[in-house]
Design a protein around this ligand. Sequence first.
Ligand SMILES: [Zn+2]
Length: 237
Amino acid sequence: MIDYKLVCLIFLAFGFNTVKSQNINYKTLLGIEHSNLVGDSLKLEKNTFIAFEKMKKAALNDGIKIKVVSGFRDFKRQKEIWNNKFLKFTKENNFSGIDAINEIIRFSTIPGTSRHHWGTEIDVIDEKYKNEKNPLMSDKYEKDGIFSKLKKWMDENSEKFGFYLVYTNNPNRAGFEYEPWHYTYLPISKKYLNEFLKIDIIEIISKIDIEGKDLFTKNFIEDYYNNNILQINPDLK
Ligand SMILES: [Zn+2]
């Protein structure tokens, strides 16, 4: 005789698992497809967008106009950035492949591994200086820099709205350089990071035309994860 109770229990447990793991599609995590984006020219993940609007309003009350200059970025765009930089460094500067990659990953990520793919990340400036050339320079956010008032406001308030700095200036942090403009919406991105780490990125990269991909060995990718991707504000892990 079949134990229906047991069958039901197994079905429930299995069913739950499937729903849970399908919660975040791997294509979303790699920037290939995102079904939960809002915004026009600049897109963000829905919850991130709502939280950002609240923070923007609060900042405005204090006389600070936050402007997002980069939000969601898809895989295709990241691939263009990567390939352009790789070709520039190898052809114009005569770097070896591995030197070019190590130079690129000071600031940029391998396509598929950018947190901007998730729609949970924002690069912010002060709207007042929106015409500034090359705004994303760390000294502009420090001391008397043009974005220092914005940065001070963010230091005091952003976490109340769920937004955390990712690439901090903690001297013990390695990997990507300090980015005082880059914030993440923690309630969503923490979940995304956990799911992202389960993806076999080498398998995916091997099927796509990314410059220098022959150098993405298992060891290289492991080092890249430990020394770059996971070198973030510890609150985000
Ligand atoms: Zn960024």
